[in-house]
Design a protein around this ligand. Structure first.
Ligand SMILES: NC(=O)c1ccc[n+]([C@@H]2O[C@H](COP(=O)([O-])OP(=O)(O)OC[C@H]3O[C@@H](n4cnc5c(N)ncnc54)[C@H](OP(=O)(O)O)[C@@H]3O)[C@@H](O)[C@H]2O)c1
Length: 266
C-alpha cells in the first residue's frame, strides 16, 4: 500500500482533517492521498496540502489502509459503489446521520468508525463523538483516536449517544456564535467599536472554555470564583438566570438531539 490514509472528499471537513494530520505530524504528506469531485478542487487540494491526489474512490481505497469518507450524504451511494474491495480496512465516516448499519449495508467487510464532528475542526479545536462497529483491534482504535485527536477533542461514545453529541458538539457552535454576537451588541451599546467587542467576546468564550478543560473544575465552581459578593458579575448572572439562559440552552441542545433522532429514523 502506498499510503496510510486516504480521503474520499477533501472539502471543509476532509480538508480540516488533512490539515490536522499534517500539522500534528500524525502522517507525513507522502502517506496521505485524496480524491475529490472535480479536477479543479483536486488541483487545489494537492497544492494546498502537498499531498498526492488520485482520480477517484477506487484508487483511494486500493492505496490506503485507512479510508476517510468525507463527502456530502447525497454523494455517498455513488462513491461507495466505486470503492472496490475494502475488506479488512478501516473506514472512518464523518457523514452526518449515516449510521454504522447503513454503512455496513453499503460496504459489509470493512471496519467502520462513525464520527460526529463539528466545524471547529477547521481551526483544530473541534469537538466530536465517535463510535465503531466493534471489529477494530485495540491498536487500530488507538490509531483512529490519534487521527481524530489531531483536529480537536474526540470522545468515544455509543452509537445511541450520537444524536445528543450532534446537539452538544455538532450544532452548539451556532448557539455560541449567537452568544458572542449578543455580547458584542452589548459592547457596541456601551460605546465599544464592533470589531473590538466581537474579539473581546470571542476571546472570553475561548478563555472560559479553556478554564473548564484545563483546570478540570466544575463550571459552577469557576462561576463562583468570578462572582465577588455584592459585585458586578453576580448582577449579570442574576439577569441571565431571570431571563432563562440556562433553560433556553438546555432546550436548544435537547431539541437539536431530538431532531437528529427523527432524521436518523428517517
Ligand atoms: N462541515 C462541517 O462543519 C461538518 C460537520 C459535521 C459533519 N460534516 C460532514 O462532513 C461531510 C463533508 O462535509 P463538508 O462540509 O466537508 O462538505 P464539502 O466542503 O462540500 O466537501 C465535500 C467533498 O466531497 C468531494 N466530492 C464530491 N463528490 C465526490 C465524488 N463523487 N467523489 C469524491 N469526492 C467527491 C468534494 O469535491 P468538490 O469540491 O470537487 O465537489 C469535496 O471535496 C458531510 O457528510 C457532512 O455531513 C461536516
Amino acid at each position: 500500500m502506498t499510503a496510510d490514509i486516504g480521503f474520499i472528499g477533501a472539502g471543509k471537513m476532509g480538508g480540516a482533517l488533512i490539515g490536522g494530520l499534517l500539522s500534528k505530524r500524525v502522517f507525513e504528506a507522502d502517506r496521505i492521498v485524496a480524491c475529490t469531485g472535480s479536477e479543479e478542487s483536486r488541483r487545489r487540494v494537492a497544492e494546498e496540502y502537498g499531498i498526492r491526489t488520485v482520480p477517484g474512490p477506487a484508487e483511494v481505497c486500493s492505496e490506503s489502509r485507512i479510508i476517510v469518507l468525507a463527502v456530502k450524504p447525497k454523494q455517498v451511494p455513488e462513491v461507495v459503489s466505486e470503492m472496490g474491495d475494502v475488506s479488512g480496512k478501516i473506514l472512518v465516516s464523518v457523514v452526518a446521520g449515516l449510521t454504522v448499519e447503513q454503512l455496513k449495508s453499503y460496504v459489509p467487510d470493512v471496519k467502520i468508525v462513525r464520527v460526529m464532528p463539528n466545524h471547529c475542526c477547521m481551526v483544530l479545536e473541534g469537538a466530536m463523538g465517535y463510535c465503531d462497529d466493534g471489529t477494530l483491534t485495540d491498536s487500530e482504535r488507538d490509531e483512529v483516536a490519534g487521527i481524530l485527536g489531531s483536529v480537536g477533542l474526540a470522545v468515544s461514545v455509543s452509537e445511541s449517544e450520537m444524536d445528543i453529541v450532534t446537539g452538544i458538539a455538532g450544532s452548539s457552535p451556532a448557539f455560541i456564535y449567537l452568544v458572542i454576537d449578543a455580547m458584542a451588541d452589548a459592547g457596541v451599546l456601551n460605546g465599544l467599536k464592533r470589531d473590538a467587542a466581537i474579539r473581546l467576546a470571542a476571546q472570553s468564550v475561548l478563555g472560559a472554555a479553556k478554564m473548564v478543560l484545563e483546570t478540570g473544575k466544575h463550571p459552577d465552581i469557576l462561576r463562583d470564583e468570578v462572582c465577588s459578593p455584592g459585585g458586578t458579575t453576580i448582577e449579570g448572572v442574576r439577569e441571565l438566570e431571570d431571563r432563562g439562559l440556562r433553560a433556553a440552552m438546555i432546550a436548544a441542545v435537547d431539541v437539536t438531539a431530538e431532531k437528529s433522532r427523527r432524521m436518523t429514523r428517517g
